[in-house]
Design a protein around this ligand. Structure first.
Ligand code: FAD
Ligand code: UDP
Length: 404
């Protein structure tokens, strides 16, 4: 099989589907989940793999591209790779070197820039050194130095000083940002969401404390292209799998005939089954990119607007990519809103709650009736996964499939 990741869309219909029927494995989606599994099954399993990708590019939401000003940007929002999973690091490091970037975020609180996650430095800036140190001593006494405490946990504290910290952080860091991001306040989102950004009783200003973090030196698109560059893999861009395959009634068919191979599906399950039980809700983002004729725009990779503005955050890509591009820089503002099904919206954030998980479970049950069909990834599993988690799951699935 030939291997190409160039944007060469093929026509849909029988012409596009005929060669697919000869493949051992169909992978739907060339994001990190699909690309990892494609590589594993082709390389370790010697399988002939066809990857169908609806977009005109690989890498899914991690896709990056050089903009008109020559600045490398992340088309679907800022992506920082971070993990404690050694297998994932070693695996991806076969295809890329890392740039060593360590992500730092500041909250803009009425013009005061506080490190996020809120830490000892943030508290001294917010409360002044003396009062800040008193509050820090209380936090250390209650939770321990170096510990992380979620805003939910902190708000349960009855001690007046701890309640003061909780109230400040809640009002100035979480309330407005979360309401913008999710359309509801922090008490109405799943606890796991705000727990991603705990208060950190430390002076460590890194956003992530994982053992490994950074960006691929040549970007995520180059990384994924390298993963897909294998003689057993053929990539077809601009092809929606639903136009080539029929999924349902316990069968996957191509050109009217049952497809006898393995199917790896990384798209949304509700779409796959015609939204028959209703659409799974998501939050989406409108991105506003702007190029400025200056070296630098802001002091850190991302600034969160936690008490003002309609957008949640501004990211300046040159911090993340460490690109040397004198006299120009590109920033992006993120405006969250509800995702509209069957539109051009991108489904970015699953909304984790019992009803939505139950709805997803009904689709997953339909999927489980399809032979040798495996739903994996942030969309297909309707989970708020980071990139490393998706790669880890794809590696595990490959282990399982290759052991069969
Ligand atoms: P995706 O990247 O969504 O890939 C799925 C692919 O399948 C897409 O390319 C889609 O076009 C294709 N597809 C779907 N249906 C079909 C079909 N019917 N036919 C053909 N193709 C189809 N993670 C981090 O680790 N660090 C971060 O800093 C980070 N920042 C993020 C910021 C934002 C704004 C968002 C939205 C996510 C962020 N993530 C981050 C999460 C990260 O994007 C995901 O974990 C990862 O991209 C998921 O990979 P995936 O392969 O599961 O899905
Ligand atoms: N959050 C917040 N204020 C912040 C940072 C995060 O309220 O300054 C909350 C918000 O609800 C957000 C969640 O914590 O959706 C998780 O933040 P994270 O940075 O992990 O979100 P992502 O980068 O995935 O959009």
């Amino acid at each position: 099989m030939s291997s190409t990741t160039e944007p060469t869309p093929r026509p849909d219909g029988p012409g596009a589907s005929a060669p697919v029927s000869g493949a051992d494995v169909l992978v739907v989606g060339a994001g990190l989940a699909g690309s990892t599994i494609a590589r594993e099954l082709a390389e370790r399993g010697g399988r002939r793999v066809v990857v169908l990708e609806a977009r005109q590019h690989v890498a899914g939401n991690a896709y990056d591209v050089v903009d008109e000003a020559g600045v490398l940007i992340h088309q679907y929002g800022p992506h920082i790779f971070h993990t404690n999973n050694q297998r994932v690091v070693e695996y991806l490091s076969r295809f890329t070197d890392w740039n060593g970037y360590s992500h730092e975020v500041l909250a803009n609180v009425h013009g005061l820039f506080l490190p996020v996650p809120v830490n000892k430095i943030s508290l001294r800036l917010a409360f002044g050194k003396q009062r800040g140190d008193e509050l820090i001593a209380k936090l250390v006494g209650r939770f321990g130095d170096g510990e992380k405490v979620t805003i939910r946990q902190l708000r349960e504290e009855s001690d007046a000083d701890l309640a003061e910290v909780a109230d400040y952080v809640y009002r100035n860091v979480f309330l407005t940002y979360t309401t913008k991001q999710w359309g509801v306040g922090p008490d109405e989102v799943d606890e796991s969401v705000t727990a991603r950004v705990p208060v950190f009783i430390s002076e460590d200003c890194r956003y992530f404390q994982d053992a490994h973090q950074g960006l691929p030196v040549d970007g995520y698109t180059a990384l994924v292209q390298c993963m897909l560059e294998h003689p057993g893999i053929e990539v077809r861009l601009g092809v929606d799998a639903r136009q080539v395959f029929e999924f349902g009634d316990g069968e996957v068919r191509v050109g009217g005939e049952p497809f006898g191979g393995t199917v790896i599906y990384t798209g949304p399950l509700d779409e796959l089954f015609g939204n028959r039980f209703g659409s799974l809700p998501y939050r989406t983002l409108d991105f506003d990119f702007e190029t400025l004729q200056q070296d630098r725009f802001q002091p850190s990779g991302t600034v969160n607007y936690t008490v003002s503005e309609d957008f949640t955050r501004i990211t300046e890509f040159k911090h993340l990519t460490r690109q040397d591009a004198p006299g120009r820089t590109t920033i992006v503002r993120e405006f969250p809103r509800d995702y509209v099904p069957d539109s051009t919206d991108e489904a970015y954030y699953p909304i984790i709650d019992p009803a939505n998980l139950e709805l997803h479970g009904r689709y997953a049950e339909l999927a489980s009736e399809l032979p040798d069909f495996h739903a994996i990834g942030r969309l297909a599993e309707y989970r708020y996964f980071n990139m490393d988690q998706v790669v880890a799951r794809a590696l595990k699935l490959a282990d399982r499939l290759l052991a069969d």
